[in-house]
Design a protein around this ligand. Sequence first.
Ligand SMILES: Nc1ncnc2c1ncn2[C@@H]1O[C@H](COP(=O)(O)OP(=O)(O)OP(=O)(O)O)[C@@H](O)[C@H]1O
Length: 952
Amino acid sequence: MLPYIPGQRWISDAETDLGLGTILTCDERSVTVLFPASGETRVYSVRTAPLTRVAFAEGDQIEHHEGWLMTVDSVEDDNGLLIYLGRRADGSETEMGESLLSNHIRFQKAKDRLLTGQIDRNDWFNLRYRTLQKKDQQSRSAIQGLSGARMALIPHQLYIANTVASRYAPRVLLADEVGLGKTVEAGLILHQQLLTGRADRILIIVPESLQNQWLVEMLRRFNLQFSLYDYERCAQYPGKNAFEQAQLVICSLELLTDHPELHQQAVSAEWDMLVVDEAHHLEWNEEAPGAAYSCVESLAQDTPGLLLLTATPEQLGKSSHFARLRLLDPERYNSFAEFEQEEAQYQPIAEALDKLEQDSLSAGDISALRDLLPESDAQALLDLLTQTESDEEQKTSARQQLQNQLLDRHGTGRVLFRNTRDTVTGFKQRELHTHALELPSQYRAPMNQGGLKAHLSPESTLPGILQDTWCEFDPRFNWLLDHIRDYGDEKTLLICHSAGSAMTLSNALKEATGIHAPAFHEGLSILERDRAAAWFADHDAGPPVLICSEIGSEGRNFQFARHLVLFDLPANPDLLEQRIGRLDRIGQQHDIQIHVPYFTDTGQESMLQWYDQGLNAFAAPCPAASALFAEFGETLEKAIVSGKDDLLKQTLNETTERKTILNAAMQAGRDKLLERNACRPDIAASLVDDIEQQDDPDALFKWLEDAMNVFGVNSEETSAVSWHLTPGEHMLNGDLPGLDSEEGFSMTTYRDVALVREELQFFSHEHPFVLALQDQIINSELGNSAVSLFKTKALPEGTLLLEVIASVNCSAPKHLHIGRYLPPGTLRFLLDERGNNLAAKVGFDGLAPKLSKLKKATAREVVKLRQEQIRTLADKAEELANDHLPTLIEDAQLKMQSLLYPELQRIKALKEVNPSVRDIEVKALEMEYLAAADAIENARITIEGIRVIVTA
Ligand SMILES: Nc1ncnc2c1ncn2[C@@H]1O[C@H](COP(=O)(O)OP(=O)(O)OP(=O)(O)O)[C@@H](O)[C@H]1O
C-alpha cells in the first residue's frame, strides 16, 4: 500500500510556514502535496519526504476551515482518511473529515516535547530566542534584499534597485552612463526579487564575451549561483527542455539566435524575470526588426519581469531606442511618431519641477500646475499651497508630493533610469593627449579610394601580405613602443577597430620588445579572453598592455588601467563612449589618460576634431552625441571621404552650434526628468543610512558564533576581522552552504573588508549560510524545551518559573512579504507559580546568564514531578499570547493598509495619466492587497519554546 493517500493532511517539517498540506497524488516514487494557505505545491520523493502526518486525538481542539472550533471525542478511519467526531463550542455534536481542517493550523510542539521529557540544552534555548528576535527584525526591514550584497553603498544604485524591486514584475531599462554600475543594479534587483519570493526563475542574456563576467559578478557580489548555458550544456538534456533544468541561467544572445530550437525551449521555459545586457544591440525598424530583437521580443512577451541594460540607448538610432521601450511595454509604446511628439513636450514638466523648488509660486505658475496635474489629489495639494493658513511644513510637504506626482505621471521616467556623471560624484578627470604623426605612403592609396573605414583604420583595408606587416611602416606602432617605454609600469588598454589589427599589433610588439601583450578579440574563446583579462589585471606579473578589438572589450571592467590608447577612432560617438567607459568606471583611482595617435591632414584628424571640438566627447560624455551623430554623421562621412575642407569646417561649426542648443534643450527637458527620476537624493541617502545601521558586524558574528557552537561548526580567527569556517566532526546538520567539503571557507562580517579582500565571503543577515542556519534553528525543534537552575536568594528554594516564547505566524505565499506588516514578533512571558507575568521586570538578557544547567535525569525528574503545574502555566502563557493576537492582527491590517492602499491609489491615478502603468500591475496590487488581508486575518500564535526554571 502506498504511504500517502490523496486527501490526507500532512505538514512539511522543513517548511512549517507553508501551513497544512493536502496530499494530491502519490505513486511509488513521488508524492505531490498542496499547501493551500501559502498557495505552494511541492513534489517529494516518497522515500525522503520531510512530512509528518497530522492526526488529532481525543481532547484536542481543532478548527474547521470555515473558522469554527470542535473538541475531538473520537476518531474514525475511513479507508485511510480520518474523520473526527466531537462537539462544537455550544455543545452540539458534529463531525469533520480531515480534508475540512483549517489550512492554517499550527502545532504546539514545545509543550509536548517538554512534557514527554525531550529536553534541550539551555544555550540552545537562548539561541532559539535570539534567532527569533533576529528574524523578527529582518522581517520588519524595508530594505530586505538590498543589504546583503558585497558592494559599496552607492546611493544612486540603491535608489534604483529599491524603486524597481518594489514593483510587481518590474519592466525597466537601466541606462546609466557607461561604468556607473548597471550590472550591480540589476544584480541587486534580482537578489531582492529572489529573497522576497517575487521571482524564482531568471534568465540573463548577455553577449558571449560577458558571460563569465556576469557569472562571477552574480556569485561574488550577490551569492547567486547561476548556471552558464552553452550549446554543449544544452546537449546534455536530450529530449528535455534544457532551460527547465535550472532556475537561474546565463546564456549568450548568440546561443539563442544561432539555434532556433534552443530559442524555442527558452521561450517555453516560464521565467519570472528576463535580463538583457548590452541591449543597444537589439536593432529595430518598422519594416524589419533585427534577428536579435525578435529573439528577445518573443521571450519578453512571455516573461513578467524584464530588465534591459544599455549605457548608450540611442546607439542604433532613436527608433531602436523606442523599440526597446516597446519591448518593456508594447501597449504604451505603440507609435514611434507619438513617442517623438511626447518627448518634445517634456520641457514644461521640467520647468514646473523647477518652479516647485522656489519659495513662492505666482498665480500663473499655480494655474500651469493645475493643467499639468488635473487629478483631484494634486488639486488638493495645490489648494494647500495657495491657502494662507497653511504653515511652511505643510507647504514643503505639498511641494514634494507634487514633484513626485509630476515625475511619476509623465514621461518615460517610470521605465527608464539614467544616471550620469553630472549627478554621480567621485569620477576621475579624463585627459586627452593627441599625437600627430605623418601619414605613411602605403596608406595613401587605400585612403584615397576607400570609404570611412579606410580613413579611420587604413591598415585593415590593405591587401594580402601587408595585413600582417603594416607595423613595419606605420608610425603609430613606433609611437606605441615609445609609450610603453615611458609608461611600462602603468597599465595601458589599447583599443582598435578590428580583431585583425589587434592580432597584428600583438605579434609585432612581441617581436620588437619580447612583451607578450595579448590580443583580446571576438575570435578568442571565452576562456581565453577571461585568462587574458586576468593576466592583464595581475599587477606584478601581467603585461603592461592589453590589445583589444572593439567588440572584444565591450562591457569589460578595466578600471585598474590608467592609460587608454585609441589606436584608431570609431565611427560612432556611442562607441567612443563605450571605449572610454572601460577605464572611466566605478573603482578608477586615477585621472584617465586618453591617447590618440593620428595622421595629420587626414580623415583621422577630422574625426578627432569632430569628437573633440564638436562634441567635447573626450572630456566628458556628451548627452546630445547620438542626436548629433544622427544629424551630421552622413555629412561628416562625406566630408572625410571626399577630403573637402570647407564641408568639414562647416560640419564642425554646425555641430558645435547644435550641440550647445541640443544639450541645453535636453538638459531643460528630457534629461532633467530622467535625472530626477534616476535618483532622488533624500531617499537614496536614507537607504544608505538604513543599511549602515543594519550592518552590525560584531553583533552578527556574536550570534553566528553561538549558532556555530551549537551546530558544531569550527571557526578559526584568521585576523581581527576574518574567520575560517570548517565542518566540525559532529555537526548537527551537514546541510550548511559551503561546508560540504573539509576545506570550508573564509569570511568576514565587515563590508569594507569584504570589498578589498576578494578571498573572503561577505557575511550579512542575507548571506545564504546565515539564512540557512536561521531556518534550521527556527523550523526545527532545536532548543524549544529546556530546564534550568536559578540560584537566587530572592525566591524560596524550589520555586518554579516558566519562561515561554511565542511568535505570530501567518501561512502566506512568500511573495506577499507578509512580515513587513505582521513580523513574527517575539512575545516572551515569565510566569511565577501563581501565573503572574514577570517578563517586564525580568528581561531575557538579564536572566539568561544567571541560569545554569541541570543534569538531564534531574531535569526530567523536575518535569515529571511538576507536570500539572507546568501544564497549567504553559496553557496560561498561551492564553496570554492569544490575548495579544487581535491587537497584533489589527495593527498589521492597519500597517498593510497604510502601505498598500496609497500605493494602490497612486498606481490607479498614475494609470489615468501615464499609460506606461500596465493593467497587470494594478490587478496584481489589488490581488496582493486582498491576499495580504486574508493571510493576516488567519494569523496564529505559535509557542516557540518553553523553559522551566527552578530556583535553588
Ligand atoms: N556598489 C559598488 N561597489 C563596488 N564596486 C562596484 C559597485 N558598483 C559597480 N562596481 C564596479 O564598478 C564597475 C562598473 O560597474 P558595472 O559593470 O555594473 O557598470 P555598467 O554600468 O554595467 O558598465 P557598462 O556600461 O560598461 O556595462 C564594475 O567593476 C563593478 O564591479
